[in-house]
Design a protein around this ligand. Structure first.
Ligand code: PMP
Length: 454
């Protein structure tokens, strides 16, 4: 079968049998999608040979791009040596042990333990299990309410979807009733008429109000992404996190930082918590821990929690068949080796990210750009039809969808969230590659403005 015929067949099979995540099934069955067949460096190629600069690092995970041979080798060797064994029933394996130690080494001193999962969603479920065990062992089972934020994304299991604050997901989820949501620190969307720092303080203080409303003795934890990613790369005002940290310090509740996107260099330091000066008690990670090459997630558990869990003893009845999978943890170990032995995170923070942010900021002069926001290798470009009124370009985010599709056709993989174009390019991009990214986005903006007669 020739390539074209084979491709057509694949498209048909995909449309007929494959239910895709976060996809309108009926629409996909009718129209299909793009099948990716290979990738190299920061470029992805679809089965029609269309080359795209990956401005999203896959799904925020391939921070080191697609040509990291040492990760491939590590997984291959591990598959030959010990393709699988579990970590239940007093068993362990070498890469899981070594990755646990490496993660302890790259996180702050109070983190000395790791619980492995396969994904960020499961890691957030694990957080809830750990938190309830922590309070139950102390004889405080009523301390079970969790506070999260609107428009947060914490994953797709029932618990993770309940933790998340996306209304569309809640409508489709019979969620957990002990999870509550406060406002997100999204100045452009929620408080544009306020001074950004005053807005940041106001929404941070909703945490204090919610703790008072529920009763401090009933509240277990607050969970948040240092920068909300899937919600639209929402960069909190500078006043926000110090105030949240103050509240968590003064109140007897745990702070969970969901670092699934921010972790491993995205915001300019190893973890978003460092960028924002946050001291979480639990830290969720996934995605870039293996550079996306293997499914792996987990929770960094601080001494405050393990002091209780280890001292009391008793089985923690929670675990996954693939918790600490040898091939996945081997990929994690190889990824951390690259990050620790190279200057990729520092170079991205010091050289590439400032160029990326400065070039994107130039787009604020564009007639349909209402705001450019970003931090490190992470950014959003908000589209409007009128800069002063911030009127949306078109109903139902159609303007941003048009812009995204145009950028994709031009050879740039970017994502659309609401009315914003979202970017998280690999940390290994150089400034020339960033220029190519911004130039393609700029062309897509021109075409979008023209389409809407602006
Ligand atoms: N938390 C955050 C902040 C995420 O962005 C994601 C995934 N986008 C998750 C959790 C869920 O991770 P996974 O898709 O691996 O379950």
């Amino acid at each position: 079968m020739n390539m074209q015929a084979n491709n057509g067949n694949l498209q048909r099979l995909d449309q007929s049998h494959h239910l895709h995540p976060f996809t309108d099934f009926r629409d996909y069955a009718q129209h299909g999608g793009r099948i990716f067949s290979r990738a190299e460096h920061i470029y992805i190629y679809d089965s029609n040979g269309h080359k795209m600069l990956d401005g999203m690092s896959g799904l925020w995970c391939c921070n080191l791009g697609y040509s990291q041979q040492s990760i491939v080798d590590a997984v291959t060797e591990q598959m030959q040596q010990l393709p699988y064994y579990n970590n239940f029933f007093q068993c362990s394996n070498q890469p899981a042990i070594e990755l646990a130690k490496a993660l302890v080494d790259v996180t702050e001193d109070r983190f000395n333990h790791v619980f492995f999962t396969n994904s960020g969603s499961e890691a957030n479920d694990t957080n809830l299990r750990l938190v309830s065990r922590y309070y139950q062992l102390q004889g405080r089972p009523e301390k079970k309410h969790i506070i999260s934020r609107k428009n947060a994304y914490h994953g797709s299991t029932i618990a993770a979807a309940s933790l998340g604050g996306m209304s569309g997901m809640h409508e489709q989820t019979n969620g957990l009733d002990y999870i509550h949501h406060i406002e997100q620190p999204h100045w452009f969307e929620v408080g544009p008429d306020e001074d950004p720092d005053a807005f940041g303080l106001r929404v941070a203080r909703q945490l204090e109000d919610k703790i008072d409303e529920l009763g401090e003795s009933n509240v277990a934890a607050f969970i948040a992404e240092p920068v909300q990613g899937a919600g639209g790369v929402i960069i909190p005002p500078d006043s926000y996190w110090p105030e949240v940290q103050r509240i968590c310090d003064e109140r007897d509740i745990l702070l969970i930082a969901d670092e699934v996107i921010c972790g491993f260099g995205r915001t300019g330091q190893w973890f978003g918590s460092q960028t924002y000066g946050i001291k979480p008690d639990l830290m969720t990670f996934a995605k870039a821990v293996t550079n996306g090459y293997q499914p792996l997630g987990g929770v960094m558990v601080s001494d405050k929690i393990t002091d209780v869990l280890l001292n009391h003893g008793g089985e923690f009845s929670h675990g996954l068949t693939y918790s600490g999978h040898p091939a996945a943890t081997a990929a994690g170990l190889a990824t951390l080796k690259i990050l620790r032995e190279s200057n990729i995170i520092a170079n991205a923070a010091d050289n590439v990210a400032p160029h990326f942010q400065a070039r994107l900021k130039e787009l604020e002069a564009h007639p349909i750009v209402g705001q450019v926001r970003g931090r490190g290798m992470f950014a959003a470009v908000e589209l409007v039809s009128d800069k002063t009124s911030r009127e949306k370009l078109a109903p139902e985010s159609a303007g941003a969808v048009f812009c995204r599709n145009t950028a994709n056709n031009l050879g740039l993989m970017v994502r659309q969230t609401g009315n914003a174009m979202i970017m998280a390019p690999p940390l290994i991009c150089n400034t020339g590659e960033i220029d190519a990214l911004v130039d393609m986005l700029s062309q897509a903006l021109d075409a979008t403005a023209k389409h809407y007669g602006i």
